[in-house]
Write a protein of this length. Structure first.
Length: 265
Protein backbone atom coordinates (compact mmCIF):
# COMPACT_ATOMS: atom_id res chain seq x y z
CA UNK A 1 0.00 0.00 0.00
CA UNK A 2 2.98 2.32 0.63
CA UNK A 3 3.71 2.42 -3.13
CA UNK A 4 0.08 3.14 -4.03
CA UNK A 5 -0.87 6.57 -5.33
CA UNK A 6 -3.58 7.85 -2.99
CA UNK A 7 -6.27 10.26 -4.12
CA UNK A 8 -8.52 12.50 -2.08
CA UNK A 9 -12.18 11.60 -2.16
CA UNK A 10 -12.86 14.69 -4.29
CA UNK A 11 -10.21 13.78 -6.86
CA UNK A 12 -11.32 10.17 -6.86
CA UNK A 13 -14.95 11.21 -7.39
CA UNK A 14 -13.95 13.44 -10.32
CA UNK A 15 -11.82 10.82 -12.04
CA UNK A 16 -14.24 7.94 -11.45
CA UNK A 17 -17.33 10.03 -12.35
CA UNK A 18 -19.01 9.01 -9.11
CA UNK A 19 -20.53 11.63 -6.84
CA UNK A 20 -19.31 12.21 -3.29
CA UNK A 21 -22.73 11.09 -2.08
CA UNK A 22 -22.38 7.83 -4.01
CA UNK A 23 -18.89 7.24 -2.61
CA UNK A 24 -20.17 7.68 0.95
CA UNK A 25 -23.01 5.23 0.26
CA UNK A 26 -20.70 2.64 -1.32
CA UNK A 27 -18.33 2.95 1.61
CA UNK A 28 -21.19 2.44 4.07
CA UNK A 29 -22.51 -0.70 2.37
CA UNK A 30 -19.07 -2.14 1.69
CA UNK A 31 -19.25 -1.94 -2.11
CA UNK A 32 -16.25 0.40 -2.48
CA UNK A 33 -14.31 1.22 0.68
CA UNK A 34 -11.50 3.81 0.73
CA UNK A 35 -7.96 2.48 0.91
CA UNK A 36 -7.15 4.73 3.88
CA UNK A 37 -9.22 6.66 6.43
CA UNK A 38 -6.97 9.17 8.18
CA UNK A 39 -7.18 9.01 11.96
CA UNK A 40 -8.41 12.12 13.71
CA UNK A 41 -10.01 13.97 10.78
CA UNK A 42 -11.59 10.91 9.06
CA UNK A 43 -10.50 12.03 5.60
CA UNK A 44 -10.88 9.23 3.08
CA UNK A 45 -8.19 8.38 0.58
CA UNK A 46 -8.66 6.05 -2.38
CA UNK A 47 -5.95 4.13 -4.21
CA UNK A 48 -5.54 5.04 -7.86
CA UNK A 49 -5.84 1.31 -8.63
CA UNK A 50 -9.45 1.44 -7.35
CA UNK A 51 -10.49 3.67 -10.26
CA UNK A 52 -11.12 0.67 -12.51
CA UNK A 53 -13.64 -0.80 -10.06
CA UNK A 54 -15.22 2.60 -9.44
CA UNK A 55 -15.70 3.21 -13.17
CA UNK A 56 -17.22 -0.23 -13.61
CA UNK A 57 -19.69 0.53 -10.80
CA UNK A 58 -20.59 3.84 -12.46
CA UNK A 59 -21.26 2.13 -15.79
CA UNK A 60 -23.35 -0.64 -14.23
CA UNK A 61 -25.42 1.95 -12.37
CA UNK A 62 -26.17 3.55 -15.74
CA UNK A 63 -27.85 0.24 -16.58
CA UNK A 64 -29.96 0.63 -13.42
CA UNK A 65 -28.44 -2.52 -11.98
CA UNK A 66 -29.19 -3.04 -8.26
CA UNK A 67 -26.21 -2.52 -5.97
CA UNK A 68 -26.34 -6.09 -4.66
CA UNK A 69 -25.82 -7.45 -8.19
CA UNK A 70 -23.09 -4.91 -8.86
CA UNK A 71 -21.28 -6.16 -5.76
CA UNK A 72 -21.37 -9.70 -7.16
CA UNK A 73 -19.96 -8.58 -10.52
CA UNK A 74 -17.18 -6.49 -9.00
CA UNK A 75 -16.21 -9.50 -6.87
CA UNK A 76 -16.10 -11.73 -9.96
CA UNK A 77 -14.70 -9.83 -12.93
CA UNK A 78 -14.43 -12.96 -15.05
CA UNK A 79 -16.91 -15.26 -16.74
CA UNK A 80 -19.21 -15.37 -13.72
CA UNK A 81 -19.66 -11.60 -13.71
CA UNK A 82 -20.16 -11.54 -17.48
CA UNK A 83 -22.86 -14.21 -17.23
CA UNK A 84 -24.67 -12.31 -14.47
CA UNK A 85 -24.61 -9.09 -16.51
CA UNK A 86 -25.87 -10.89 -19.62
CA UNK A 87 -28.73 -12.49 -17.67
CA UNK A 88 -29.63 -9.17 -16.01
CA UNK A 89 -29.82 -7.34 -19.34
CA UNK A 90 -31.92 -10.09 -20.95
CA UNK A 91 -34.44 -9.63 -18.13
CA UNK A 92 -34.39 -5.85 -18.64
CA UNK A 93 -35.07 -6.23 -22.37
CA UNK A 94 -37.93 -8.64 -21.69
CA UNK A 95 -39.47 -6.18 -19.24
CA UNK A 96 -39.00 -3.24 -21.63
CA UNK A 97 -40.62 -5.18 -24.48
CA UNK A 98 -43.68 -5.88 -22.33
CA UNK A 99 -43.84 -2.24 -21.22
CA UNK A 100 -43.44 -1.03 -24.82
CA UNK A 101 -46.32 -3.24 -25.93
CA UNK A 102 -48.49 -1.98 -23.08
CA UNK A 103 -47.64 1.64 -23.87
CA UNK A 104 -48.53 1.17 -27.55
CA UNK A 105 -51.90 -0.34 -26.65
CA UNK A 106 -52.60 2.50 -24.21
CA UNK A 107 -51.72 5.08 -26.86
CA UNK A 108 -54.12 3.48 -29.32
CA UNK A 109 -56.82 3.24 -26.67
CA UNK A 110 -56.41 6.89 -25.61
CA UNK A 111 -56.46 7.96 -29.26
CA UNK A 112 -59.80 6.20 -29.69
CA UNK A 113 -58.46 3.59 -32.09
CA UNK A 114 -59.65 0.68 -29.92
CA UNK A 115 -62.90 1.78 -28.28
CA UNK A 116 -64.16 -0.64 -25.62
CA UNK A 117 -66.86 -3.01 -26.85
CA UNK A 118 -69.62 -3.41 -27.47
CA UNK A 119 -68.92 -7.04 -26.65
CA UNK A 120 -71.40 -9.70 -27.65
CA UNK A 121 -72.23 -11.80 -24.60
CA UNK A 122 -73.18 -15.39 -25.35
CA UNK A 123 -74.62 -18.03 -23.02
CA UNK A 124 -74.40 -21.80 -22.58
CA UNK A 125 -75.20 -24.55 -20.10
CA UNK A 126 -72.17 -26.32 -18.69
CA UNK A 127 -72.69 -29.86 -17.28
CA UNK A 128 -71.02 -31.00 -14.10
CA UNK A 129 -67.43 -32.05 -14.70
CA UNK A 130 -64.84 -34.08 -12.85
CA UNK A 131 -61.66 -31.99 -13.01
CA UNK A 132 -58.02 -32.30 -12.16
CA UNK A 133 -57.04 -29.16 -10.29
CA UNK A 134 -54.08 -27.12 -9.08
CA UNK A 135 -54.44 -23.88 -7.14
CA UNK A 136 -51.87 -21.30 -6.10
CA UNK A 137 -51.69 -17.70 -4.86
CA UNK A 138 -49.84 -15.67 -7.53
CA UNK A 139 -49.09 -12.07 -8.46
CA UNK A 140 -49.41 -10.73 -12.01
CA UNK A 141 -45.73 -11.49 -12.60
CA UNK A 142 -46.31 -15.11 -11.59
CA UNK A 143 -49.32 -15.82 -13.81
CA UNK A 144 -47.19 -17.94 -16.14
CA UNK A 145 -47.40 -20.59 -13.40
CA UNK A 146 -50.71 -21.63 -14.97
CA UNK A 147 -48.85 -22.92 -18.04
CA UNK A 148 -46.70 -25.18 -15.88
CA UNK A 149 -49.80 -26.38 -14.00
CA UNK A 150 -51.65 -27.02 -17.27
CA UNK A 151 -48.79 -29.13 -18.60
CA UNK A 152 -48.78 -31.25 -15.43
CA UNK A 153 -52.55 -31.70 -15.44
CA UNK A 154 -52.68 -32.63 -19.13
CA UNK A 155 -49.93 -35.18 -18.57
CA UNK A 156 -51.97 -36.71 -15.76
CA UNK A 157 -55.16 -36.59 -17.85
CA UNK A 158 -53.39 -38.56 -20.58
CA UNK A 159 -53.24 -41.55 -18.21
CA UNK A 160 -57.05 -41.76 -18.18
CA UNK A 161 -57.82 -41.10 -21.81
CA UNK A 162 -56.92 -37.41 -22.05
CA UNK A 163 -58.84 -34.23 -21.29
CA UNK A 164 -62.62 -34.65 -21.43
CA UNK A 165 -63.33 -30.98 -22.17
CA UNK A 166 -61.80 -27.52 -22.46
CA UNK A 167 -59.40 -26.61 -19.68
CA UNK A 168 -60.24 -23.51 -17.67
CA UNK A 169 -58.59 -21.14 -15.19
CA UNK A 170 -60.71 -19.77 -12.33
CA UNK A 171 -59.74 -16.43 -10.80
CA UNK A 172 -60.87 -16.72 -7.18
CA UNK A 173 -59.26 -13.33 -6.56
CA UNK A 174 -57.66 -10.51 -8.54
CA UNK A 175 -53.85 -10.68 -8.62
CA UNK A 176 -51.90 -7.43 -8.92
CA UNK A 177 -48.28 -6.35 -9.16
CA UNK A 178 -48.00 -6.23 -5.36
CA UNK A 179 -50.60 -8.69 -4.06
CA UNK A 180 -51.08 -12.39 -4.73
CA UNK A 181 -54.53 -13.92 -5.26
CA UNK A 182 -55.72 -17.52 -5.66
CA UNK A 183 -56.14 -18.89 -9.17
CA UNK A 184 -57.11 -22.45 -10.03
CA UNK A 185 -56.25 -24.42 -13.16
CA UNK A 186 -58.74 -27.17 -14.07
CA UNK A 187 -58.67 -29.93 -16.69
CA UNK A 188 -61.86 -32.03 -17.12
CA UNK A 189 -61.39 -35.81 -17.11
CA UNK A 190 -63.61 -38.84 -17.60
CA UNK A 191 -62.18 -40.89 -14.71
CA UNK A 192 -60.27 -40.27 -11.49
CA UNK A 193 -56.61 -41.30 -11.99
CA UNK A 194 -56.04 -41.42 -8.24
CA UNK A 195 -53.26 -39.85 -6.22
CA UNK A 196 -53.89 -36.29 -7.42
CA UNK A 197 -56.26 -33.45 -6.57
CA UNK A 198 -59.66 -34.00 -8.20
CA UNK A 199 -62.98 -32.29 -7.58
CA UNK A 200 -66.45 -32.02 -9.13
CA UNK A 201 -67.19 -28.74 -10.89
CA UNK A 202 -70.99 -28.31 -10.54
CA UNK A 203 -73.24 -27.80 -13.56
CA UNK A 204 -74.08 -24.17 -14.15
CA UNK A 205 -75.27 -21.64 -16.69
CA UNK A 206 -72.43 -19.56 -18.07
CA UNK A 207 -72.21 -16.21 -19.82
CA UNK A 208 -69.10 -15.74 -21.95
CA UNK A 209 -67.32 -13.58 -24.50
CA UNK A 210 -64.86 -15.11 -27.01
CA UNK A 211 -61.58 -13.17 -27.01
CA UNK A 212 -59.04 -13.18 -29.85
CA UNK A 213 -55.32 -12.46 -29.57
CA UNK A 214 -55.75 -8.76 -30.35
CA UNK A 215 -57.99 -8.25 -27.34
CA UNK A 216 -56.43 -10.66 -24.87
CA UNK A 217 -53.63 -8.47 -23.51
CA UNK A 218 -53.95 -6.00 -20.64
CA UNK A 219 -55.52 -3.42 -20.59
CA UNK A 220 -57.84 -4.41 -23.46
CA UNK A 221 -58.93 -7.69 -21.89
CA UNK A 222 -59.99 -5.88 -18.71
CA UNK A 223 -62.81 -4.21 -20.64
CA UNK A 224 -64.05 -7.69 -21.59
CA UNK A 225 -64.25 -8.69 -17.93
CA UNK A 226 -66.01 -5.41 -17.13
CA UNK A 227 -68.56 -5.91 -19.93
CA UNK A 228 -69.31 -9.44 -18.74
CA UNK A 229 -69.80 -8.33 -15.13
CA UNK A 230 -72.10 -5.49 -16.23
CA UNK A 231 -74.16 -7.90 -18.31
CA UNK A 232 -74.49 -10.43 -15.46
CA UNK A 233 -75.10 -7.91 -12.68
CA UNK A 234 -76.59 -9.63 -9.63
CA UNK A 235 -76.98 -12.85 -11.61
CA UNK A 236 -73.26 -13.60 -11.27
CA UNK A 237 -72.94 -16.91 -9.43
CA UNK A 238 -69.19 -17.46 -9.16
CA UNK A 239 -65.74 -16.13 -9.94
CA UNK A 240 -64.73 -15.32 -13.53
CA UNK A 241 -62.74 -17.80 -15.55
CA UNK A 242 -60.89 -18.21 -18.82
CA UNK A 243 -61.96 -21.25 -20.84
CA UNK A 244 -59.42 -22.56 -23.37
CA UNK A 245 -60.26 -24.90 -26.25
CA UNK A 246 -57.71 -27.26 -27.80
CA UNK A 247 -58.24 -26.19 -31.42
CA UNK A 248 -57.63 -22.99 -33.36
CA UNK A 249 -59.80 -19.93 -32.94
CA UNK A 250 -60.11 -17.30 -30.22
CA UNK A 251 -57.47 -17.37 -27.49
CA UNK A 252 -60.15 -18.20 -24.93
CA UNK A 253 -63.63 -17.41 -23.66
CA UNK A 254 -63.89 -15.01 -20.73
CA UNK A 255 -66.73 -16.64 -18.79
CA UNK A 256 -68.83 -16.08 -15.70
CA UNK A 257 -71.27 -18.49 -14.00
CA UNK A 258 -74.77 -17.00 -13.69
CA UNK A 259 -77.74 -17.93 -11.52
CA UNK A 260 -80.43 -18.20 -14.17
CA UNK A 261 -81.05 -21.12 -16.52
CA UNK A 262 -80.06 -20.11 -20.02
CA UNK A 263 -80.60 -21.76 -23.40
CA UNK A 264 -77.54 -22.88 -25.30
CA UNK A 265 -76.65 -20.42 -28.11
Amino acid sequence: MSDEVLLTSGEFARRSRLSMKALRLYDRIGLLRPAVVEPGNGYRRYAESQLDTARLIALLRRLDMPLAQIATITADRGAGGAELLDRYWAEVEQRLAAQRSLAERLVRSLAGETPPGPWQVRTRDVPDQLVLTEQRHVTLAQLDWQREATARLLATASTVGGAAGPRFVIFHGTPSEDAAAPIEVCVPIAADPGGVAVRLEPAHAEAYIPVDAGNFEVPRVLSVYDALRRWAGRRAAGPPREVYSYDTGPVCDIALPVQIALPVQ
